[in-house]
Design a protein around this ligand. Structure first.
Ligand code: CP
Ligand code: NVA
Length: 337
């Protein structure tokens, strides 16, 4: 049997480079099947629960469509729908859901919640984002990188912005595992924690990835192939004024992209989305009124430029989540990797 069968996906650190690459390649394969209209019902007859404490467009849609394409039934359980954490413990919820569902996706605040679901659920549990990690985002992201460059090892990815949010943490550790050089460009107050840096350094020593944490834009941008950013204020946070002031110099704009010195055909921009690149939303209007800005982590110009890959990246959420669910729960044989 495969080393994936029955496993949960809680954090990237639990997977080897070969395993992550397998899931990335399987995602590319399933994308080709989908485009060719070839069925891939690896989860026929299964039921999967989709738990969301925080809101979502991509992750919810990706898990839902992926489950249906795989022949499974997805059931959405939102924060307002179930007792989790309010009237019932995570442990009890896990025992109940695990007795009815074959797999459980969880998006929420605490990493310990997703860990407890896995401990007591008895079925594969997939982390759809916590305050600490965003592993399914990483599968889509490195799948997108591989699609664009044909390989991963030796490329340089620069994340600029809030260097200690879930996406930054995940990029640093996943890049380190895969042998992708990762630069984090952020104000010192938002550098990744010592613990995250130590974890990433451990993997980098094995893979040969070069890691750089800096508050210097010139140094951090130099030689990048992928420039990546994320919102300045993540879900569950509300420190707008502080973040805007702290992160203003760390906006991804054309001047920042130029600092890479990378030829156009070797440079892409990525963003996990949602992005704050104009003030067309009600949220955007509020920020505009309060702080007088219409763009935050990325300018509209970069967002709509030839470098932008964020919508391919978003689509790849579905293909890669499909690969992850099929590998851990599907009726298929995967040779050891
Ligand atoms: N990138 C991402 O996780 O998007 P959602 O929050 O819309 O799921
Ligand atoms: N860092 C962001 C990612 C959203 C996909 C957040 O947690 O809100």
């Amino acid at each position: 049997n495969s080393v994936f069968q029955g496993r949960s996906v809680l954090a990237e650190k639990d997977f080897s480079a070969a395993e992550l690459e397998y899931l990335i390649d399987f995602g590319l394969h399933l994308k080709a099947l989908k485009k060719a209209g070839i069925p891939h019902h690896y989860l026929e007859g299964k039921n999967v629960a989709l738990l969301f404490e925080k809101s979502s467009t991509r992750t919810r849609s990706a898990f839902t469509t992926a489950a249906i394409d795989l022949g499974a039934h997805p059931e959405f359980l939102g924060a307002g729908d179930i007792q989790l954490g309010k009237k019932e413990s995570v442990e009890d919820t896990a025992k109940v859901l695990g007795s009815m569902f074959d797999g459980i996706e969880f998006r929420g605040f605490k990493q310990s919640s997703v860990e407890q679901l896995a401990e007591f659920g008895g079925v594969p549990v997939w982390n759809g984002l916590t305050d600490e990690w965003h592993p399914t985002q990483m599968l889509a992201d490195f799948m997108t990188v591989k699609e664009n460059f044909g390989h991963l090892k030796g490329l340089t990815l620069t994340f600029m912005g809030d260097g200690r949010n879930n996406v930054a943490n995940s990029l640093l550790v996943t890049g380190a595992i895969l042998g992708v050089n990762v630069h984090i460009v952020a104000p010192k107050a938002l550098f990744p924690t010592e613990e995250t840096q130590a974890l990433a350094n451990k993997f980098a020593a094995e893979s040969g990835a070069q890691l750089l944490i800096t508050d210097d834009l010139d140094e951090g941008m130099k030689g990048s192939n992928i420039v990546y950013t994320d919102v300045w204020v993540s879900m569950g946070e509300s420190n707008w004024e502080e973040r805007v002031n702290l992160l203003k110099p760390y906006q991804v704009n054309m001047a920042a992209l130029k600092k890479t010195g990378t030829p156009d055909d070797q440079l892409i921009f990525m963003h996990c989305l949602p992005a704050f690149h104009d003030a067309t939303t009600t949220y955007g209007q509020e920020i505009k009124e309060k702080y007088g800005i219409t763009e935050m982590e990325v300018t509209d110009e970069v967002f709509r430029s030839k470098y932008a890959r964020q919508f391919e990246e978003a689509e790849n959420r579905m293909h890669s989540i499909k690969a992850m669910m099929a590998a851990t729960l599907g009726n298929l044989f995967i040779p050891r990797v």
